[in-house]
Design a binder for this molecule. Structure first.
Ligand code: M6R
Length: 608
């Protein structure tokens, strides 16, 4: 996720911006840049790679001035490169913008601006903003900003500066974080509080659709329709390290809480009611789609578990046979694939050695390969035939949570895309699924409200040495992910089983008090699942169930149950995985484990 800083005051802006950006490095980035008003014009310096590359460039050729904006970019639209880095400007460089978020309707805006003679130099969605500002500017930057906000859709935090009104810095946010720092004869903007803590502890926490106009001596806050607002100053009492984690104790918890937002981001501009599903720039003609006789999904770990849901969704909706394999197995087992096989590799990092090798093997055998990845410019994204990005933002905790949930969303989007194009599902049914998908962020928020309840369950079982996760259908796929999460961060041995398989062996392990986490979200399998639960209860297991609201009857069968807001069976994994993530998290904390950096694990497994 990108980081924004802005400064207006008496100090030299350049070191203030670099210091602020360095405090936002934890957010992850692949390039950085600044625009500083040098008393005459705005000078832009930007560099791909680490912040050091930018500060070295500024050391070599310093830019002096008392107002500027800076940015660390986490690429979403266009690879990490100098030209795609922010700030972006209009043609004469008099208006500069830094942006965090996604402009959903940027393609239409770009076409409109091109028709008006504007020229684009980058692949970013952001570049439409300075050009639109230029289009609307009539001597009042605030007015132009308000007009631009009326034209754009999406999530954003902006820092905006113009050499035509150099005593001003404008900031605005919607669905992306932004704060304003209050200084003496100087003021600041930033994506997060740590960026300003060296200078001030007094901040305004901007709400969505609030515009801040900063001068060195004053800050005015406005609504979108131009009404001035008064806001309370928030005095920061905690330290910078806590701030990086957004006030959470661990990155994993922060990332679990970001899930409603990243679900929304991953659907943005792809899932819209009444409009066809789009896979960004991936072009697949009806003939090409008709020519696909098999899909192979290949991935590792958590990404593989997302692929299991993908197999189910694609087969159910698009009626294309899907095979799924673990990348380290696939690459050595001479898979039956050819030019009619579509291979989908799923990888958060885009650098997993086995997944990359599977991709290369598939391409060598003539397959088209779609990469579902979270990292723009990663090896997988560069080598695949096509890419669909999961827009989870950087994931720092080793245990994947928010990336997994966006991989699920990507799987549903792909399944719906094929179903729509093949006509295997009625238009009404597709609209119904899309409606349910668009409700998922709000429902995920509701699931997060269950965290105290989940914590209580964690407190009851964290001393156990073994646990089982049971489910049927999609619940089994989620059970596998829940079990992996628990192993990874709490070091408790656990097994996930398809509930119907239990009596073929593993039931022998069940004795008095054995912990069984059972998922029962699939309506069409509910009765079967309850029967399986009764089998383990008969052996005196201790059963905690996850079910939808409305199925409270299950409490008669189990020891305790957690109830989730209802969605359709197909989408249940997006909600049911959250309590399992929380359960592992709390157990890990209670056991005193290193939640974010579990032993023996690496975030990105770049070796075989
Ligand atoms: O970056 P990738 O998605 O390719 O990584 C795959 C696995 O290594 C990864 O999902 C791993 O299982 C995580 N630690 C899960 O939390």
């Amino acid at each position: 996720m990108c980081g924004i800083v802005g400064y207006i005051g008496k100090k030299d802006a350049s070191p203030v911006l670099i210091s602020g950006l360095s405090k936002l490095e934890y957010r992850g980035y692949d390039s950085a840049g600044v625009a500083i008003f040098n008393g005459d014009k705005l000078e832009i310096v930007k560099r791909k790679g680490r912040l050091k590359n930018l500060s070295d460039a500024l050391d070599a050729e310093p830019v002096h001035g008392n107002a500027g904006i800076g940015h660390t970019r986490w690429a979403t639209h266009g690879e990490p490169s100098d030209v795609n880095s922010h700030p972006h400007s209009n043609a004469d460089g008099s208006i500069c913008v830094v942006h965090n978020g996604i402009i959903e309707n940027y393609i239409k805006l770009r076409e409109f601006l091109i028709s008006k003679g504007y020229k684009f130099v980058s692949e970013t969605d952001t570049e439409v903003i300075p050009h639109l500002l230029d289009f609307f500017y009539e001597g009042d930057l605030l007015e132009a900003v308000r007009k631009v906000l009326g034209e754009i859709r999406g999530s954003y935090a902006f820092g905006i500066i113009t050499s035509k009104e150099p005593d001003k810095l404008i900031a605005v946010r919607k669905d992306s974080p932004l704060i304003v720092g209050l200084g003496e004869g100087e003021n600041f903007i930033a994506s997060d509080i740590p960026a300003v803590l060296n200078y001030t502890r007094d901040v305004y926490l901007l709400n969505d659709n609030e515009i801040a106009v900063l001068t060195k001596d004053d800050i005015k806050l406005y609504t979108l329709d131009g009404k001035e607002i008064k806001k309370e100053v928030y005095h920061v009492t905690w330290d910078a390290e806590a701030a990086e984690k957004g006030g959470y104790e661990h990155f994993m918890m922060k990332e679990i809480h970001e899930q409603p937002k990243v679900i929304r981001d991953t659907m943005a501009s792809r899932v819209m009611l009444g409009e066809p599903i789009t896979l960004d720039k991936i072009k697949l003609t009806k003939e090409e789609i008709a020519g696909i006789n098999k899909i192979y999904i290949v991935a590792c770990g958590t990404a593989y578990h997302a692929g299991l849901v993908g197999k189910y969704a694609i087969e159910k909706l698009a009626r294309i046979p899907v095979e799924i394999d673990i990348a380290s197995e696939y690459r050595y087992r001479d898979p039956i694939i050819d030019k009619n096989t579509l291979v989908i590799v799923v990888s958060q990092s885009g650098e997993t050695a086995d997944t990359l090798a599977a991709l290369r093997e598939s391409k060598a055998r003539g397959c088209r390969v779609i990469a579902v990845t979270n990292v723009v410019g990663s090896s997988v994204s560069r080598e695949a035939s096509d890419v669909l990005y999961t827009l989870a933002g950087p994931e720092i905790a080793v245990a994947s949570t928010k990336a997994y949930i966006t991989q699920l969303v990507a799987m549903y989007i792909i399944a719906l895309f094929f179903a729509e194009n093949k006509g295997t599902v009625s238009k009404e049914e597709i609209e119904k699924i899309k409606t349910e998908m668009l409700n998922l962020p709000d429902k995920a928020e509701k699931v997060l409200e269950l965290k105290e309840e989940v914590k209580r369950h964690a407190g009851e079982i964290y001393k156990e040495e073994d646990m089982f996760f049971l489910g049927r259908g999609l619940d089994y796929a989620v059970a596998m992910e829940g079990s992996l999460k628990l192993k990874e961060i709490s070091y408790i041995h656990s097994e996930a089983y398809a509930a119907g398989e239990l009596k073929h062996g593993p039931i022998a392990l069940i004795e008095e008090g054995t912990i069984m986490i059972t998922l029962a979200t699939q309506d069409y399998l509910f009765e079967k699942m309850v029967s399986n639960i009764k089998e383990v209860k008969a052996r005196h297991a201790h059963v905690i169930a996850l079910a939808f609201e409305g199925n409270e009857d299950i409490e008669k069968t189990v020891d305790s149950a957690v109830f989730l807001p209802r969605t359709i069976d197909l989408l249940a994994p997006v909600l049911s995985v959250i309590p399992l993530q929380l359960l592992s998290y709390y157990i890990s904390v209670m056991k005193g484990c290193d939640v974010d950096k579990p032993r023996n694990l690496a975030k990105s497994v770049t070796v075989e």
